[in-house]
Design a protein around this ligand. Sequence first.
Ligand SMILES: *Cc1c(COP(=O)(O)O)cnc(C)c1O
Ligand code: SF4
Length: 348
Amino acid sequence: MGAEERDRDGHIAALKQVAAQFAVAVTPHLQAQIDPADPADPIARQFLPDAAELVTHPHEAADPIGDEAHSPLPGIVHRYPDRLLLKLVNVCPVYCRFCFRRETVGPGSRGLTAGQLDAAIAYIADHPEVWEVILTGGDPLIVSPRRLKSVLQRLAAIPHLGVIRLHSRVPVVDPERVSPALIDALKSGRGAEGRDKAVWLLLHANHEREFVAPAREAIARLIDAGIPVLGQSVLLAGVNDTPEALAGLFRAMVRNRVKPHYLHHGDLARGTAHFRVSLGRGQALMRSLRGRHSGLMQPTYILDIPGGHGKVPVGPLYAAPRADGQGWEVTDPWGCTHLYADPAADRS
Ligand SMILES: *Cc1c(COP(=O)(O)O)cnc(C)c1O
Ligand code: SF4
């Protein structure tokens, strides 16, 4: 056996080990977009397993954002008073190699049973302080339109809810699923009059290459049906950690009427060190967008504080109080600082 064959056999053995630990799936739609000749293909890097996933670092955790600690019953994560997560399923059409819930999502894990769903909906109905339900998981748009419609109708009947939000990757990874029946199911979350509540979709996409024609058409079908779509992305080494890649991604979003909302700093999930970007570099990348690109292309850079302490913006900051107490030092998009005297400072 030559060295090359040994390398290949070793590589395949490593990938089998990865697949034994973390779910692997790629839709035919995505498979068709991977350029096998490009070793840095941003689609392949996001979805094809890598031996680097076998390496775990001490700072990495099975539950990096502390979902478990805030789960009063199966399917619900209630960390903030006014909004909660409802996880109908733990499966996705694809498994992102950097997923922060990679320990709980996968084809073997089951979704909520009918009884658990009843209990979750009863919990929401019993908590009048909950104004927003966020369907995530797993990918809620993998649920059959019939079942999704029934869930959204039940949520729509809860008077204190104002917003139903769905987090999904389906429009870019499996656009054919965005069918008339699925759109009809989503619209049923607005209530009987169609105006009672808002249904928002948060589209997870990380590279402009995800916005091929079928994906753009799926997004257009949603927005044309009156469902506002916002973008959420994860900052990923080797996928979008350059000024050009980020600008390309956010241009692709805005071009398709999707407002970039959050850019997530990667969570400390096991086996994801090869995707990690430093916070300082993330701030520098955010600075590279400001002033050079449309204001519509500026998401908020977000860290979910490990341990379940919540999400906060992590800059960069453009204004700081001056050391001498006389006003503020404000940095312009080109890095020059200016004094803002703050005439209203004494009103604070
Ligand atoms: C991220 C998250 C939310 C939503 O937070 P937003 O800042 O409103 O997007 C709500 N609950 C939990 C548990 C979360 O992790
Ligand atoms: S779609 Fe979301 S939940 Fe599913 S694997 Fe990707 S990041 Fe994880």
